[in-house]
Design a protein. Structure first.
Length: 158
């Protein structure tokens, strides 16, 4: 099996990526995603960062990670991997990149919310070191509950 690094590149996003990110999100999420304008705002957020995974062959995004720095943690706001690239360690690589960024910024934890009814995502996050921390009832627009999950970042916070 080819490793992701042989077929993919990882880079920080810029406002020029907004339309491509919006297309990728709308193709793969069941809920309404962000508009191009919302992506542009996110790409320019002072306390956040957007990281893209691109196919070397097409220079098109096949995944992304959106994070916000909040106090002593990085909040993973959104993570998506194109369905053709799932189960090929792309999501794991994005999480490990988030952890490396967290170490560099000396944050203590990575934190995220995931739908309680999304068993596949929950299993993935547990496999990459996240543990359930609590629940947010009715967190999503459709009334679904969110689980709060966190992973310790090995830093001076230990």
């Amino acid at each position: 099996m080819t490793t992701p690094s042989q077929e993919l590149t990882f880079r920080g996003g810029s406002s020029e990526d907004a339309a491509a990110l919006q297309r990728l999100q709308s193709e793969h999420e069941t809920e309404q995603g962000w508009t191009v304008q919302q992506w542009q705002k996110e790409l320019n957020r002072s306390n956040g960062s957007v990281w893209l995974v691109e196919s070397v062959d097409t220079n098109q995004p096949v995944g992304y990670l959106v994070m916000w720095r909040v106090a002593d943690r990085l909040e993973i706001v959104d993570l998506l991997v194109h369905s053709r690239w799932r189960r090929r360690s792309v999501g794991r690589a994005l999480i490990e990149m988030a952890a490396a960024i967290g170490r560099a910024q000396q944050v203590c934890r990575l934190v995220l919310e995931v739908r309680r009814d999304n068993a596949g995502a929950r299993q993935f996050y547990e496999a990459v070191g996240f543990e359930e921390q609590g629940e947010k009832p009715g967190f999503y627009d459709d009334g679904a509950h969110a689980l709060v999950m966190a992973r310790t970042v090995e830093t001076a916070c230990d």
